[in-house]
Every structure is written in C-alpha cells, then in structure tokens.
Design a protein around this ligand. Structure first.
Ligand code: CA
Ligand code: CA
Length: 148
C-alpha cells in the first residue's frame, strides 16, 4: 500500500510538471509494409496513434519493441516535414519534433531530404536513430497506445 501511494505521488508529480507518464505508453510493431499515411490511419483504426517520441526513454522503448518484433528496414513514426520543408512535427500530436524536452535523434547525415521529390516522413532504423524517407515508401510501423 505504502509503495503504491508513493508511486501515485511520483506520477502525480510528473504529471504536474508536465512530463508524460511514459510508463503509460505501450508500443506495438506492425509487420506489414505500408506508406506513412496508411500507417497513420491504421494506428488510429487500431485505437492508438502512430508513435511520437519526446524522450530518450520512449525512443529506447520503441527500439526494444522493434528489436523484439524482428525484421529489417525502417519503421514509420509519426514525424513529418511535409507541411514545411525542414520543419519537423509529430503528426499524431501536432508537436514540433524536439519539443518540449529537446530530444531529437536523427542519424548522422539525416534528415537528408534525398531525391527529386525529397523525403518528408520520419522512420526509425534498427539502430534506433531516425531517418527521413519518402512518405509513399512501404515500411513497417509502430503504434502507441495508452494503457491503464
Ligand atoms: Ca523533407
Ligand atoms: Ca533520408
């Protein structure tokens, strides 16, 4: 009882400070390859959201889910700069990437906006770092869900 009470106080404190209770988020990796927009829609259809990452701990949890699920290639997260080149937002939450905690995890040399049509959608690679990919590329994806 005592431990539960302390834990509740800690969580209440974190919420009061505006920090997300990251333990309340769980991640599911979907191993069908779809476009960024289809991934976004599928997560909503499944009762969740295409994953957004604000904290290193969330990045680590998503990476762990990817590694547990297996597979190769990239995994869609909800980041995009399709609205304004170079201005990255998490599509699921409409929050700027890197806000409010400063966590940004692009791989070296990314985002590259490669190709004639550019790259405007954010994926995680097997190292846990981020890349911009063409939004119509077919990749696995990660949905986030709030657990009780
Ligand atoms: Ca871009
Ligand atoms: Ca890229």
């Amino acid at each position: 009882m005592k431990t539960v009470g302390v834990l509740a106080l800690v969580i209440a404190g974190l919420v009061a400070m505006g920090l997300p209770a990251t333990d309340a988020l769980r991640y599911t990796v979907y191993k069908s390859k779809v476009s960024f927009y289809e991934a976004w829609q599928q997560c909503i259809a499944n009762g969740g959201s295409l994953a957004s990452i604000q904290l290193a701990s969330q990045n680590a949890n998503v990476l762990a889910a990817i590694q547990a699920a297996g597979g190769d290639g990239g995994w869609w997260l909800s980041g995009t700069d399709v609205g304004l080149e170079g201005s990255w937002v998490w599509f699921s939450t409409n929050k700027a990437v890197g806000t409010p905690y400063g966590f940004v995890n692009f791989a070296a040399g990314e985002p590259s906006n490669s190709g004639t049509n550019g790259e405007n959608c954010l994926s995680m690679n097997i190292q846990g770092t981020w890349n911009d990919d063409a939004c119509d590329k077919l990749l696995y994806y990660v949905c986030e869900f709030y657990s009780q």
